[in-house]
Design a protein around this ligand. Structure first.
Ligand SMILES: NC(=O)C1=CN([C@@H]2O[C@H](COP(=O)(O)OP(=O)(O)OC[C@H]3O[C@@H](n4cnc5c(N)ncnc54)[C@H](O)[C@@H]3O)[C@@H](O)[C@H]2O)C=CC1
Ligand SMILES: O=C1[C@@H](O)[C@H](O)[C@@H](O)[C@H](O)[C@H]1O
Length: 350
């Protein structure tokens, strides 16, 4: 049984506590903390856990085997570094930290520790639809990928959402997904800006983020965070010989009065419900089997931050901004992906 301590009991903290207490196997919530002590006490009571006075005491608790960081982004670095110092595995919600320098400090601390402890909450890698899309790409079924079209639409965003949040908080999911989908690095970013939606007030919304991968795939990401109608995530890949897209979701479509209707998720909790379940179950299982996480690493968190920064600079300047990353430490080297011939159409010769 993995005893987990949760730091931050807001929206996603509560959602992860719910799944660890009611849905997942091999895990128990042992302790929780939040700067809002009364909130932490209520959530601890509901989960049958101890409410600790602060995050540091969750990490130091001898009953806690592993830590889940779900507090606000600017607090992530201090907790992840403290967990590494304590030698405890730590799952950190995205972003790993809010600057690339802070992410590098986490990478350096983990490298000094000498083994992986950190996993970052990029849950799209665990979503059934994204996994199916990657399978099609990896199998070469549509030939070499050339372009990907994405849309990331939120019904609304909170008042503290800043102009750069569209990239650092929202499109950062596509940034991680693209690196994973194409086993490739993003080498440059550009941002195009259309007229503003009146739903967003002073916020520049929507935006179009353009990403170039080292292998020459061009990705466009529409980020619209005030669409009102629901939470809508799209992705379609154009290959040399075909296309593959995330399918429309929902269990039912209704044809009535001359119209076809299907439900749209209300928010990220609904759209990625199963992905978060798989993500945390695989984390728990990996720790039980190997004592180390196998999902998105501190290096992936750093890489996403570097590309985000390039996107923010592109938004500010209107220019194409090249992505410059530090050298990847050996701890994060992956086995080379299977080489796939560029013109492998999988057609049977006539
Ligand atoms: N993977 C995903 O799809 C999602 C990830 N997130 C990420 O999760 C994190 C939390 O987001 P939400 O739950 O939406 O925010 P939230 O505002 O609902 O909850 C954050 C909680 O952290 C607490 N907190 C702040 N500073 C703290 C500190 N120093 N120590 C302990 N607790 C502290 C706050 O009091 C609050 O209760 C963010 O980094 C966000 O980007 C959020 C939504 C979805
Ligand atoms: O991570 C998330 C939020 O923090 C973010 O604010 C939303 O835009 C994303 O859709 C959601 O997945």
């Amino acid at each position: 049984m993995l005893n987990v301590g949760v730091i931050g009991t807001g929206m996603i903290g509560q959602d992860h506590i719910r799944r660890m207490t009611r849905v997942l196997a091999g895990v128990r919530v042992a302790a929780v903390a939040d700067v809002d002590a009364s909130l932490a006490a209520r959530i601890a009571d509901r989960a049958g856990a101890r409410a600790a006075p602060d995050g540091e005491q969750v990490i130091a608790d001898p009953q806690v085997d592993a830590v889940l960081v779900c507090s606000w982004g600017p607090t992530h670095e201090q907790y992840v570094l403290a967990a590494i110092a304590a030698g405890k595995p730590v799952f950190c919600e995205k972003p790993l930290a809010t600057t690339q320098q802070a992410c590098l400090r986490v990478v350096d601390a983990e490298v000094r520790h000498g083994a992986r402890l950190v996993q970052v909450g990029y849950m799209r890698r665990y979503d059934a639809a994204y996994r199916a899309l990657k399978q099609v790409v990896d199998a070469g079924d549509i030939g070499a990928p050339l372009m990907m079209h994405c849309a990331h639409r939120n019904p609304r965003v909170p008042a503290f959402y800043e102009p750069q949040s569209a990239i650092t908080d929202t499109a950062v999911h596509e940034i991680d997904m693209v690196r994973w989908m194409f086993d490739d690095e993003i080498v440059a970013a550009r941002v195009l800006v259309p007229r503003r939606s009146r739903n967003g007030g002073d916020l520049q919304d929507p935006l179009l983020l353009l990403l170039e991968t080292g292998g020459g795939v061009l990705v466009d990401v529409e980020i619209s965070v005030n669409v009102r109608y629901g939470y809508d995530i799209r992705g379609e890949i154009l290959g040399e010989n075909g296309t593959a897209a995330l399918a429309e979701r929902g269990l039912v479509t209704v044809r009535r009065s001359g119209a076809l209707a299907a439900p749209v998720p209300v928010d990220w909790r609904e759209r990625f419900l199963a992905a978060y379940d798989v993500e945390l179950q695989e984390w728990i299982d990996a720790l039980a089997a190997d004592g180390a996480p196998a999902g998105p690493s501190a290096w992936d968190g750093y890489a996403a931050a570097v590309v985000s920064d390039a996107g923010v600079a592109a938004l500010r300047t209107g220019e194409r901004v090249a992505v410059r990353m530090a050298e990847r430490p050996r701890l994060y080297h992956r086995p080379a992906p299977q080489a796939r011939p560029v013109n492998d159409s999988r057609e049977v010769p006539a």
